[in-house]
Design a protein around this ligand. Structure first.
Ligand code: ATP
Ligand code: MG
Length: 255
């Protein structure tokens, strides 16, 4: 799936949703046609895109369970320029219900086939677990974008994530690769953050995006207005950082 990317890390609260929403918005600012898929039952990306979780008629749950096509579930927004497949807590049930289904890890890949060519990039916001939902995202994707908060436990979960990526690659999706690791909520004055950042570069070298996302209050505020940071405060450090990440991402994908 040449243009699908899973934003994933089973560690909670590391900036997956913030990265998915703001990378989507920043790519759209570059005139790219973008679809964001919320595959986390928490529905934070849905809210962050200004879609009301409580009034959804259809969600990524319906797509996963084959009850609606992806095209039927897409929400198109006028106020910023990317499309969204939203979700809500209904998606929790998919974890269990999928266990009885055929091709349960391939549901999302198959569902995206008819609409994939309509977009330059499709970004999937994953839940904080290596669950059936995350597996579906990995099977459907070309690349994995891993947000990392540079703190003491940051590297702990990384090896099981990378093992899972490797397993999916061997069994179901031979072209899957790690696109890059993104350092999030970075505080350059913090010694530990700098130390972990150096470790990441030692281990993963060019896989670490040069663009660093700083801790920036505008990034935390924007979701409560249901808009990405580039619409909320275009000149904030957070917005500038995600625009830089988008440029770097596009350069990598071209080469
Ligand atoms: N660069 C940043 N600067 C300041 N706050 C941030 C930044 N990135 C994320 N946050 C805030 O940190 C919290 C966690 O971020 P986010 O929801 O993106 O993480 P997540 O990995 O998606 O979490 P979960 O695992 O629960 O899905 C949120 O309140 C978010 O607004
Ligand atoms: Mg999230």
């Amino acid at each position: 799936m040449g243009n699908v990317f899973a934003v994933t890390n089973q560690k909670g609260g590391v900036g997956k949703t913030t990265t998915t929403v703001n990378l989507a918005a920043s790519l759209a600012e570059n005139a790219k046609k973008i679809l964001l898929i919320d595959l986390d039952p928490q529905g934070n990306a849905t809210t962050g895109c200004g879609v009301d979780k409580a009034t959804l008629e259809k969600s990524s749950y319906d797509v996963m369970m084959g009850e609606a096509s992806a095209a039927e579930v897409i929400v198109k927004r006028d106020d910023f320029s990317f499309d969204v497949i939203p979700t809500n807590a209904d998606l929790t049930a998919a974890e269990i219900e999928l266990l009885d289904e055929d091709q349960r890890e391939h549901r999302l890949r198959l569902a995206l086939e008819p609409i994939r060519a309509d977009y330059d990039y499709i970004l999937i916001d994953c839940p904080p677990s290596l669950s059936m939902l995350t597996l579906n995202a990995l099977v459907a994707s070309k690349g994995v974008i891993i947000p990392i908060q540079c703190e003491y436990y940051a590297l702990e979960g990384l090896s099981s994530l990378l093992k899972t990526v490797e397993r999916v690659k061997q069994r179901a999706n031979p072209t899957l690769e790690v696109t890059g690791l993104v350092r999030t909520m970075f505080d350059a004055r913090n010694n530990l953050a700098n130390q972990v950042s150096r470790q990441l570069i030692n281990h993963f070298d060019k896989k670490v995006f040069h663009s660093i996302i700083p801790r920036n209050v505008r990034l935390a505020e924007a979701p409560s207005h249901g808009i990405p940071v580039v619409s909320y405060d275009r000149s904030s450090r957070g917005s500038i950082a995600y625009m830089a990440l988008a440029s770097e991402f596009m350069r990598r994908e071209k080469s």
